[in-house]
Design a protein around this ligand. Structure first.
Ligand SMILES: Nc1ncnc2c1ncn2[C@@H]1O[C@H](COP(=O)(O)OP(=O)(O)OP(=O)(O)O)[C@@H](O)[C@H]1O
Length: 622
């Protein structure tokens, strides 16, 4: 691809990061982008793919087209190695290939992956988990870098931008990597790579050098002519001293005259031919296919990071056992009413708590990969979110099942009919999903896991205080009463309590019935009863015989909708929870999209691209 950069300016606030950068690259050239730290090398690469922050002036054309038309033909390897650390290089490449090469039959797509593994000499580490430096042992730094380059090369880009591809590699590995990159350039791909202190061998692989200083082009010319250029400037070039170092020395303070001469030499640069190759349609995977690939990748990721799932399951089991043990086999007498209320609410609320804390790290840990892949147009951010929500919903429905099985019989909660048990599970599952929705919102809004983890506990306090369990919601002063309407806990309490105290009408239960001292409430035909002590304390008449009495006794009778049946109350509160859940999920998507838009400047969402011919023909002819 021929690239022409004309009068490119990038300004952030009052700072000029790039000033009138002019240069052009011919298809198949390999260009070394050099300059002191902070010279603007990364800014130049970012602005070439529409990722630079700040205001941008000037133009960059790709075979005469704008970025929108060329985006999918550009591979960008950033300084950081961005990929899924839970997957192996082969898996990372296979999933990327599924997005990029959807039209290839499976076998041919897999062959493309194997070819790239071979080309970048990743065979030995292809099935080792990438790992995380210092945390999980995985492939070496050089192999990570190669995998990163391989990911960008998979779509056979016509322009490959590499930001410090050799950083962290020894000279042998650097040379070997750049040799591979050179082969790609020889196939017709234009390569622009920032490079620090390259060895002579690595430097010689480049065709041209673009030297930046303080955001301006200091030199742009052929590597082969560099020695003569330096000699012409009066620089002593003893054999054995690497040319790149001598070039950078010219940029030091006190060499202004030489810098001026050097700049003059670059002005006569050859203009790249803006040839306009025949447009070729290049289709990325459609969204249903994107969703399928993302779901499969989520599942593999879930399997690899099963520690998190095991911890969440263990939390659910442990909290069920703890709550079940504390409130074991509650009596159906008056003193058992309050514990019945607390235990059922605690079971539901613990699911909310675990869900918030469980997903709060979901996005920060994947942000870099998400941004890279969405900026590379592998999929739409909403599809990524939908895949996450699908898998997460299944998880949030599974954990409450554990709680139900363990604690419901242990405590002796309302098991009069299957409806009561099923509804208790539904309430827990919806509340758990609300927690996950809220956790994801936080997770998408903040830049780091630690910040997300410190915000999450703060969300619990208002939920607890405004739930109506310590103070009736009607008695809450404004604005807390109004605020309680958006609290998950408010609807969770009402639904849980009403469901627990929703009983089938009993025959033979009237005010005159009371338990004998030996039998206590065992033979009571009523829903609840009083012990002798409770009866005499209440003046000889047991005030709590039916479920309705119990709700009144607990001060939880002012339910919504007023005057409705218990079934209606449970249903309305579950609907309210579902509305909150939909709100959290949509807000999560909204925040994710904002995060995506913040990171993406200058490029539009899915574009039809016109890739110039390079090895793309190998794909198109399949
Ligand atoms: N958004 C921004 N706002 C303000 N300054 C910025 C911004 N982005 C980059 N800079 C500054 O612009 C200058 C060029 O940054 P850039 O990352 O392009 O340098 P570089 O040549 O790639 O450096 P290095 O070799 O150290 O990676 C730096 O001084 C950097 O601090």
């Amino acid at each position: 691809m021929n690239v022409s950069v004309d009068a490119l300016n990038v300004t952030a606030g009052s700072r000029k990061l790039l000033q009138y950068v002019n240069c052009s690259f011919q298809a198949g050239q390999m260009i070394a982008l050099m300059g002191p730290s902070g010279a603007g090398k990364t800014t130049l690469l970012n602005s070439m793919v529409g990722r630079a922050s700040g205001s941008i002036g000037g133009t960059v054309t790709y075979n005469g087209h704008s970025l929108v038309h060329a985006r999918s033909c550009i591979g960008y390897v950033t300084q950081e190695d961005i990929m899924y650390e839970t997957l192996t290089p082969r898996e990372n490449l296979t999933f990327a290939a599924a997005f990029i090469l959807p039209s290839l039959p499976h076998a041919k797509r897999q062959q493309a992956v194997e070819d790239i593994i071979e080309k970048l000499k990743l065979q030995k580490c292809a099935d080792t988990v990438v790992g995380s430096p210092g945390l999980v042992r995985g492939i070496s730094g050089g192999e990570r870098k190669r995998t990163n380059v391989a990911l960008s090369m998979l779509g056979q880009p016509s322009l490959l931008l590499l930001d410090e591809p050799t950083s962290g590699l020894d000279s042998k590995m650097s040379d070997s990597l750049m040799k591979d990159v050179k082969e790609i350039a020889l196939e017709g791909c234009t390569v622009l790579a920032t490079i620090h202190q390259p060895s002579e061998a690595v430097f010689r692989r480049f065709d041209r050098v673009l030297l930046l200083r303080a955001g301006q082009v200091a030199y742009f010319g052929p590597v082969a002519e560099l020695r003569d250029v330096l000699l012409g400037l009066g620089v002593h070039c003893p054999p054995g001293l690497p040319l790149p170092e001598l070039l950078l020395e010219v940029l030091e303070e006190g060499q202004e005259e030489r810098q001026q001469q050097l700049r003059q030499l670059s002005l006569g640069k050859a203009k790249a031919k803006d040839e306009q190759p025949e447009a070729k349609g290049f289709q990325r995977a459609g969204w249903p296919r994107q969703l399928g690939i993302l779901l499969r990748r989520e599942l593999v990721n879930l399997k690899r990071s099963k520690g998190l799932t095991v911890v969440r399951a263990a939390q659910s089991v442990a909290s069920s056992l703890l709550i079940g043990w504390i409130f074991v086999q509650l009596e159906r007498n008056m003193s058992g009413l309050q514990p019945r209320l607390f235990s059922s609410f605690m079971l539901v609320f613990s699911q909310f708590l675990f869900a918030v804390l469980g997903v709060v790290n979901a996005f920060p840990s994947e942000r870099a990969v998400f941004l890279r892949e969405t900026q590379d147009k592998l999929y739409h951010p909403a599809t990524f979110y939908l895949a996450k929500v699908c898998i997460d919903t299944a998880m949030q429905c599974f954990f409450p099942l554990l709680v139900l099985v363990i604690s419901y019989p242990l405590i002796g909660l309302n098991g009069e009919s299957a409806d009561r048990i099923l509804l208790f599970y539904v309430i827990m599952a919806v509340v758990s999903n609300c927690g996950a929705g809220m956790g994801f919102m936080v997770s998408a809004a903040v830049p780091s896991v630690s910040l997300a983890l410190s915000i999450a506990p703060g969300l619990m306090m208002p939920q607890l205080l405004l739930a109506g369990i310590f103070t009736k919601v009607e008695d809450l002063p404004q604005p807390f009463n109004a605020l309680s309407y958006v609290m998950v806990a408010r609807y969770a309490v009402q639904a849980t309590v009403t469901n627990e105290f929703n009983c089938i009408p009993k025959d033979g239960c009237d005010q005159s019935w009371h338990a004998s001292p030996e039998d206590q409430c065992g033979s009571s035909p009523c829903d609840f009863c009083c012990t002798d002590a409770e009866m005499s304390a209440a003046g000889g008449i047991c005030p709590v015989l039916s479920c309705d009495d119990a709700i009144k006794f607990l001060n939880m009778d002012e339910v919504w909708p007023s005057g409705g049946t218990h079934d209606e109350t449970v249903a309305y509160n579950i609907i309210a929870l579902l509305v909150l859940l939909a709100f959290f999920r949509l807000q999560g998507l909204n925040i994710l999209m904002m995060s995506y838009r913040r990171a993406t400047t200058g490029s539009a969402l899915p574009c039809k691209c016109r890739c110039p011919a390079r090895a793309r023909s190998a794909i198109d002819t399949e």
